[in-house]
Design a protein around this ligand. Structure first.
Ligand SMILES: CC(C)(COP(=O)(O)OP(=O)(O)OC[C@H]1O[C@@H](n2cnc3c(N)ncnc32)[C@H](O)[C@@H]1OP(=O)(O)O)[C@@H](O)C(=O)NCCC(=O)NCCS
Length: 221
């Protein structure tokens, strides 16, 4: 499903179930030795999706280890992103020669828990959500804003190695185009010798889920 909002240069694999035969490499299994069952299942299925995506890119299956801040460490020559939420897991991968970074995120199309929106949005973003809600009540715009910001972070972190707070990006959503723009309010990452001041993403609401995806090309035209 997430391939709908990704370009052909990205190999995406998703699933709504945890395949019972999915296996981890021993060095991956070591990362979740202490984890509870729910976490094991999402981690394992996320890795299984990543492995299948490697195959689509003509690569053999390799382990995906984890960096100090939780980021997936992709095999040489690949970039990618993983997401999971209740009833959904996905991985999106591409060749580093073509794509600098990918960020995907999945959330249920349900309101954010009480108290979360003020912590993750600016007054201008809350005003936008208010307007969007009036015109398109079927989408939980507060959750979509959150989802978009999570995908911003998943692109930002591998490019910079730095934290980015929810207040450090201002997101504006186009309801009909299925796109969003994230203005980066801190110095942006450099890609192909250019500083990125913003990111463009796509979003989708389908089967009770909100999906967002950002793909940063390796070469700035
Ligand atoms: C890291 C974070 C974005 C993950 O999002 P989430 O909705 O909680 O969880 P998801 O299931 O969608 O994604 C989890 C996957 O994200 C990936 N991930 C974790 N940390 C990451 C990082 N620093 N950089 C890139 N990807 C990361 C991992 O692959 C992880 O899955 P795995 O542990 O099974 O490999 C989130 O927990 C977080 O820390 N957010 C705060 C930062 C932020 O969003 N700032 C907003 C900037 S505008």
């Amino acid at each position: 499903m997430i391939e709908i909002i990704l370009p052909p240069s990205v190999a995406a694999v998703d699933t709504t179930a945890d395949p019972p035969d999915a296996r981890l490499f021993p060095e991956e299994a070591a990362l979740i030795r202490q984890a509870v069952d729910k976490r094991r299942r999402e981690f394992t299925t996320g890795r299984a999706c990543a492995r299948e995506a490697m195959g689509l890119l003509g690569r053999t299956a390799e382990p995906v280890l984890r960096g100090e801040r939780g980021e997936p460490l992709w095999p040489m020559g690949l970039v990618g992103s993983i997401t999971h939420c209740a009833g959904y897991r996905a991985a999106a991968l591409s060749r580093a020669a073509e794509v600098a970074a990918i960020g995907i995120d999945a959330e249920p199309n349900e309101p954010l828990p009480n108290g979360v929106l003020p912590a993750v949005s600016s007054p201008a973003e809350r005003e936008m959500i208010h307007e969007l809600r009036r015109g398109h009540p079927g989408v939980r715009w507060d959750r979509l804003l959150f989802c978009a910001k999570e995908s911003v972070y998943k692109v930002w972190f591998p490019l910079t190695g730095r934290w980015l707070g929810f207040e450090d990006a201002e997101v504006s959503v186009s309801p009909l185009a299925g796109t969003f723009e994230a203005r980066l309010l801190r110095g942006g990452p450099r890609v192909d010798g250019h500083e990125l001041t913003g990111l463009t993403g796509r979003w989708l609401v389908k089967n009770g889920l909100l999906l967002t995806a950002i793909v940063v090309p390796a070469h700035v035209r």
